[in-house]
Design a binder for this molecule. Structure first.
Ligand code: PNS
Length: 164
């Protein structure tokens, strides 16, 4: 059984995340999407709201499970019996931080391997942070996030009169 963990904040899930999840399920029997419980970041959505959104957006994708974790990722991996971390890399700018995390995780858990996956090109500029920022300022993000996430953004932040 090949088990991978796809960890992140997912505040909220974007089409870029969903693309990586789909690609990971082609390589692994189980893909555990693991939402970090880190209230320190003042998230827009609570962990349970983020998990619920991920569940709704991935219910048709076989092999996906949604979890949350606190503490070290490697401890969650040990508990879950997973030895692979999946991370999406959008651009070279992501690489340095991702490299450090991958090497630290391997230091803490020598059995942990990280694989970097590339999202579809149309999502290489998409991040949860930018989606929230432009949505707040009135932009149309309907092509950047799954429909349940769009609805949740509207419910949480309201619908400005003009969207571009
Ligand atoms: O979506 P993000 O915020 O880039 O995800 C970062 C995440 C959750 C993968 C990372 O912060 C993490 O794994 N945190 C858990 C604590 C931990 O294990 N830190 C050491 C990683 S080197």
């Amino acid at each position: 059984m090949r088990i991978a963990v796809y960890p992140g904040s997912f505040d909220p899930l974007t089409n870029g995340h969903l693309d990586i999840i789909r690609r990971a399920t082609a390589l692994f029997d189980r893909v555990l999407v693991a939402v970090l419980e880190n209230e320190g970041k003042s998230p827009l959505f609570s962990v349970s709201e983020r998990m619920e959104l991920i569940l709704r957006c991935t219910e048709s994708i076989e092999g996906v499970e949604v979890h949350s974790f606190s503490g070290l990722l490697v401890d969650f991996m040990r508990r879950a019996g997973a030895s692979v971390v999946v991370r999406g890399i959008r651009a070279v700018s992501d690489y340095e931080y991702e490299l450090q995390m991958a090497l630290m995780n391997r230091e803490l858990h020598p059995g942990a391997e990280t694989i970097f996956m590339l999202p579809s090109v149309e999502y290489t500029f998409v991040s949860s942070r930018l989606v929230k920022e432009v949505f707040r300022l009135g932009a149309n993000v309907s092509h950047l996030v799954p429909t349940p996430v769009l609805e949740a953004l509207r419910a949480r932040l309201g619908e400005p009169a003009t969207r571009t």
